[in-house]
Design a binder for this molecule. Structure first.
Ligand code: URP
Ligand code: ZN
Ligand code: ZN
Ligand code: ZN
Length: 477
């Protein structure tokens, strides 16, 4: 049955207006004031914002890592995402050297199928460039619609690729219209610093941060940016944590390099002192790159609001404290890296961004949804509210006051890194392709209802656009 979302304040990356939305067969078919409700179920959205569903460009669900497997799989992770206002996730498909790429993609399809409650897509990790990989890539792009590749510059002897691989991946991406993503840290130097710390008997979680200083995130970011310029290619730097990396991205952008930057709520909200929590609790806050001294947070907010960073991903990669984070008791280098954030990303950005005056409403939509849809070939199917777009919508109460907590979150993990933090704003109802997944804060979705999204090729810097302005014209659909 058709639906009318009545009387909400519709917000996109470019517009804010009062209006109704008509939905038929999963698509938005009409926008306007006082739309006829003939043959339609009416959903009252008065007093609520209606946002496009969040697009989370960075998740790790059901991922083996650090001698264990993430606590959230595609079912629990996407259900929590939906509770939080996210209706699309792009997950990282890991690959293994010497194994066909297609085999890895099949493995990832098997993890998601029948489980995902919202739509999903995959980025593909490139571990090395071989003749086989070069032969396979064009078909993966064409058949699977996988138009973004991930290269790790860190995690030596695990995921790390060498600079030659990064450079050749950039060349291939340029040739085929794909976006290269990097985890930018100098893995070789980190490996040395870790061994040095452990030999000195420094085993506590704080040494995770101290062995991965921001200077080598900046160094790796600058190196990747320069290789991108050389290859005349395009680059997206994931999980930017520090001023040094922002500076490299800004400089490269100013020189005309097609480079984009993502940060994550944890780097905007938490700082390095969390790693010093007693009784090994610091392990809960082990991400790579690590949390930084507090001064970096303002640099990240400034970069987001000025458009030098363009997106916010969750980097969802949850491990239980009990039994998983605890693997690193006595040796910080064995603490599984990552944390849960898929559910709280959207609301944290609203509360800390919009309510605190750091982002306009339109910028908020841009960083949590629209820009990722554009960069990763999903726009305008995803990432906006327009006639013809998928009816992925978030009915959002901007005044709901709440406290983030493991007691109330829906992720399948035994702690919340934002425990006790008070925020304002909460999704009330969430629709995926016109069907409620969350209705009045209750889950009414279905495992397996999420569809795999084949993505379009990378369309270039001009298409991905300039930063959203409040009620401004640029990206108007
Ligand atoms: O610590 C993190 N970020 N874990 C997830 C893997 C990655 O590097 O993104
Ligand atoms: Zn990473
Ligand atoms: Zn990640
Ligand atoms: Zn418009």
């Amino acid at each position: 049955m058709a639906k009318i979302i009545r009387g909400g304040t519709i917000v996109t990356a470019s517009d804010t207006y009062q209006g109704d939305i008509r939905i038929e067969n999963g698509l938005i078919t009409q926008l306007g004031k006082g739309l006829s409700q003939e043959g339609a179920e009416v959903v009252d959205a008065s007093g609520l914002y209606v946002f496009p569903g969040g697009v989370d460009p960075h998740t790790h669900l059901d991922m083996p890592f650090g001698g264990t497997v993430t606590a959230d799989n595609f079912e629990t992770g996407t259900r929590a995402a939906a509770f939080g206002g996210t209706t699309t996730v792009i997950d990282f498909c890991l690959t293994n050297k010497g194994k066909p790429l297609r085999e890895s993609v099949q493995t990832w399809h098997a993890k998601a199928e029948g489980k995902a409650t919202i739509d999903y897509s995959f980025h593909l990790m490139i571990a090395e460039i071989t003749d086989e990989v070069l032969t396979e890539l064009p078909a993966i792009i064409e058949d699977e619609g996988i138009t973004s590749f991930k290269v790790f510059m860190a995690y030596k002897n695990v995921f790390q690729a060498d600079d030659g691989t990064l450079y050749r991946t950039l060349l291939e991406a340029k040739k085929h219209g794909a976006l290269v993503m990097v985890h930018a840290e100098n893995g070789d130097v980190i490996d040395y610093l870790i061994r040095e710390a452990l030999e000195a008997g420094n085993t506590d979680p704080i040494y995770h941060a101290l062995t991965r200083p921001s200077i080598i995130e900046g160094e790796a970011t600058g190196r990747a940016a320069k290789l991108t310029a050389m290859a005349n290619s395009q680059l997206y730097v994931v999980h930017v944590t520090c001023e040094e990396a922002v500076k490299q991205i800004t400089e490269a952008r100013n020189q005309g390099v097609d480079i984009w930057g993502e940060t994550c709520p944890q780097y905007l909200m938490l700082d390095q002192t969390y790693l010093e929590k007693p009784d090994f609790e610091g392990a809960k806050y082990v991400w790579s790159p690590p949390l930084r001294p507090k001064a970096h947070q303002e640099a990240l907010w400034t970069a987001l609001s000025s458009g030098q960073l363009q997106t916010v991903g969750s980097d969802q990669c949850s491990f239980n404290f009990k039994g998983q984070k605890e693997l690193g008791r006595g040796d910080f280098s064995l603490i599984p890296n990552g944390g849960p954030c898929i559910e709280d990303r959207f609301s944290i950005l609203f509360s800390e961004g919009v309510r605190k005056g750091r982002l306009t409403l339109n910028q908020f939509v841009d960083v949590v949804s629209t820009r990722s849809a554009k960069l990763f070939g999903l726009f305008p199917q995803k990432g906006t509210i327009a006639v013809g777009s998928d009816a992925d919508l978030v009915l959002f109460d901007p005044d709901a006051a709440r406290t983030l907590s493991v007691q109330t979150h829906h992720m399948n993990v035994d702690y919340n890194p934002f425990e006790g933090i008070a925020i304002t704003g909460e999704p009330v109802s969430v629709l995926s392709r016109g069907e409620f997944v969350i209705r009045d804060k209750q889950f009414v979705g279905q495992a397996g209802a999420g569809q795999y999204l084949k993505r379009k090729r990378y369309q270039g810097a001009a298409y991905a656009g300039s930063p959203a302005k409040a009620n401004g014209g640029a990206d108007h659909v």
